[in-house]
Design a protein. Structure first.
Length: 263
């Protein structure tokens, strides 16, 4: 299936590892040029080199902290200077710290809001004008199953991922007539660095081994296993493709059936 991504340029946030890296690799394999960003310069350079060597597409990496508005602007400006356009925006961020309400400070709430919600708002603000002018664009937010079904001990993520969902649904209605789609993709428990860290945090709190936490999660998933990043990336690539032109305002889970709700 030709997804129609050859000649498109995609900005993929937090893309030096994990789900962001998997999505970037999938888009590159479909012929899209890439603007990648992440905090760690060394890991980001390695990711760019790996994708460039494997696929031959044009890739640039911009070290940035996407909770800082000046860094967000710099990523956009360097990407635009290189390619002259951003057709696809993949927003993504590391999950905020685990914790229950009584253990979280006001500063942690503010930091989480900057890293989960406000960076999405700012990236959309920068990319949308060009998309509107060209009459084509794709915005895809990598959020979490926590947006539909709260996850134990993840007060910040449960609250702010849901806020991104509300923002995306509202924005989708506003920009649909310009040929722009806005969707959310919700990863479940997937074998990434973030899930390893979460297992270690819960294990320490409960006084058990991280393997016990992973086994518990697997027992809750109808497929009885954690997801693989490439499974998630396959849907992401479709949702930002020409083929998905009539899908907007949707939140689609890739979770092995973990979410129990009907819709």
């Amino acid at each position: 299936m030709d997804l129609g991504l050859t000649g498109k340029t995609a900005l993929v946030a937090a893309s030096s590892q994990g789900l962001g890296m998997a999505v970037a690799e999938e888009l590159a394999s479909e012929g899209a040029s890439l603007i990648l960003c992440a905090r760690g310069e060394e890991a980001l350079s390695a990711a760019c080199r790996s994708i460039r060597d494997r696929t031959g597409v044009d890739v640039i990496g911009v070290p940035a902290d996407m909770t800082v508005p000046a860094d967000i602007l710099r990523v956009f400006e360097q990407g635009f200077e290189r390619f002259g356009r951003i057709d696809i925006l993949i927003t993504n961020s590391g999950g905020p710290p685990a914790g229950t309400f009584d253990k979280l400070s006001s500063e942690q709430w503010n930091q989480a809001a900057a890293g989960v919600l406000m960076n999405v708002v700012e990236m959309c603000r920068l990319c949308l004008p060009g998309m509107k002018t060209r009459g084509w664009g794709r915005i895809l937010n990598i959020t979490s199953i926590a947006a539909k079904q709260p996850v134990e001990n993840l007060m910040l993520s449960n609250s702010l991922r849901a806020a991104v969902t509300g923002f995306a649904k509202s924005l989708a209605n506003e920009v649909a007539s310009f040929g722009i789609t806005v969707n959310n993709i919700l990863p479940g428990y997937t074998a990434t660095e973030r899930v390893v860290q979460l297992a270690e945090t819960l294990a320490e709190r409960e006084g058990v081994e991280p393997s016990a936490i992973r086994s518990r999660w697997e027992s809750e998933i109808p497929m009885q296993r954690l997801g693989r990043p490439e499974e998630f990336a396959a849907l992401a690539a479709f949702l930002v493709s020409e083929r998905a032109s009539y899908i907007t305002g949707s939140s689609i889970a890739v979770d092995g059936g973990w979410i129990r709700s009907i819709v």
